[in-house]
Write a protein that binds this ligand. Structure first.
Ligand code: PLI
Length: 459
């Protein structure tokens, strides 16, 4: 029987009541928050699509694992379980747990980068680039041009442009490139995947030049589903087989467990190289904790190991991708400009096309996110000029080609009925878009400004 959509492959054992708010209450809240959705309190949000990071619902199996936490300072059994799971599922030899993804980025950047180096990547991510730059590297974007075009419907818009990679190697020399960072999927491009073919080709070039490949594994399960769906040779492979092959093209990975490992906190750095592993262990004790807990409780490591095993279940990931696609398709059908193809973790509204009359330095995506919250209680996130920050040398804004609002779907949390509410709110806002005005930034912190910057409407 043909179904309208794949309903949830889980049933609900515990509920969390969400607070309903009025438009008047939300107007007060957004003004107090300086028109920055990061500064709203969660209780002021009806449907919270700020992020898919750490907002996952854990399974009964993961909660059961939480009770088996071995909270030893050293040599916790849960660490060995996590290590075994990473080795088995992802194929990397060594595992250093960290409190979350950026903990792993910090360690990797410190042990691998020398001042004056270059780190190419398939589009930047905020924390990843910040750590690279703090350690003296220049980030170089080597993603395919299609990634910067929200209307281009190529299936693998996360791919590395091999020519851009080769040109960089020719220009600066392989010895100035400690590693290539490949994010699977690419968050700021709209959750777009990298193909297996491309990962293989990048790895081949890297190995020819003695350059390492480090994956940002954060959403690798979503990426693997897209490979199964879109790359002919993989249609009969399991998600687990695809993940394993994908990571065979790398030398290590940073992981934010708060996304595809289905937990609320946790991460790790995985490495094959023995020397780098020894250096990572020296660093982790400084910044996170013993190499057998890295800033995590034993119970958190257990939940992460169990979440990793659940995440490779085909029906889990099929439902996840289809739920995101359901929301995106409703918006698309109503003519709302979104990034296409619809990505893995979120639907991205294209604020440049949504609000063509607001110039980029009046923060159209920030204004759109604030308005969406005010009319509906749906919290989203700016992913445009505010997130991109300023050029360290010139002090000028980075002007990213993509000026987006991200409607990020937490895993296993909301139902299709919630997606309907979100779609109706966005469509209503689109029909009344002429009422939205630009913003002025009235407070700007020096790094990662999007988290705490404050704004004021221009009229
Ligand atoms: O938030 P962390 O420190 O666990 O992970 C950092 C991080 C690294 N890579 C990628 C691709 C991310 O998306 C990421 C965190 N993302 C957040 C918080 C998000 O809202 O998308």
């Amino acid at each position: 029987m043909e179904r309208k959509y794949m309903a949830e492959p889980f049933k609900i054992k515990m509920v969390e009541t969400i607070k309903m708010t009025t438009q008047e209450e939300r107007e007060v809240a957004i003004e107090r928050a300086g028109y920055n959705t990061f500064l709203l309190n969660s209780k002021e949000c009806y449907i919270d699509l700020l992020t898919d990071s750490g907002t996952n619902a854990m399974s009964d199996n993961q909660w059961a694992g939480m009770m088996l936490g071995d909270e030893a300072y050293a040599g916790s059994v849960n660490f060995f379980e996590l290590e075994k799971t990473v080795q088995e599922l992802y194929g990397f030899k060594h595992v250093v747990p960290t409190h979350q993804g950026r903990g792993a980025e910090n360690i990797l950047s410190r042990i691998a980068i020398k001042p004056g180096d270059y780190v190419p990547g398939n589009m930047y991510f905020t924390t990843t680039r910040a750590h690279q730059e703090m350690n003296g590297a220049t980030f170089v974007d080597i993603i395919v041009d299609a990634a910067h075009d929200s209307e281009n419907e190529e299936p693998f818009k996360g791919n590395v442009d091999l020519k851009k990679l080769q040109d960089l190697i020719d220009r600066v020399g392989a010895d100035k490139i400690p590693y290539i960072c490949i994010a699977v999927t690419v968050n700021l491009a709209g959750g777009q995947p990298v193909s297996m073919e491309n990962a293989r080709a990048v790895s081949k070039i890297a190995r020819q030049h003695g350059i390492k490949v480090m994956f940002d594994a954060t959403r690798c399960i979503e990426n693997s589903y897209f490979i199964k769906e879109r790359e002919e040779a993989y249609k009969d492979k399991s998600i687990a087989e695809i993940v394993k092959e994908l990571f065979s093209y790398g030398d290590g990975a940073t992981m934010s467990g708060k996304k595809d490992c289905l937990v609320n906190i946790g991460g790790f750095l995985a490495l094959n190289d023995e020397d780098l592993f020894q250096k990572a262990k020296q660093m982790v004790v400084l910044f996170e904790g013993m190499p057998s807990y890295g800033g995590l409780a034993g119970r958190d490591m257990e939940a992460m190991a169990r979440g990793m095993r659940e995440s490779v279940d085909y029906y889990y990931i099929k439902h996840r991708i289809e739920q995101v696609r359901y929301l995106g398709s409703k918006l698309d059908a109503a003519g709302v400009p979104i990034v296409k193809p619809i990505g893995g973790h979120a639907v991205f509204l294209d604020a440049k096309r949504f609000l063509p009359n607001i110039p980029q330095d009046q923060f159209p995506a920030q204004a759109l996110a604030a308005s969406l919250y005010t009319i509906s209680g749906v919290r989203s996130m700016e992913r445009g000029i505010v997130s991109a920050g300023r050029d360290g040398k010139t002090g000028k804004h980075h002007y990213p080609k993509l000026e987006l609002v991200r409607l990020t779907i937490p895993r296993r949390v909301y139902t299709y009925a919630h997606m309907d509410v979100v779609a109706e709110a966005v469509i209503d806002l689109y029909e009344n878009r002429d009422k939205i005005c630009g913003l002025e930034m009235v407070y700007e912190p020096p790094v990662l400004r999007f988290f705490t910057a404050r704004f004021k409407p221009l009229k």
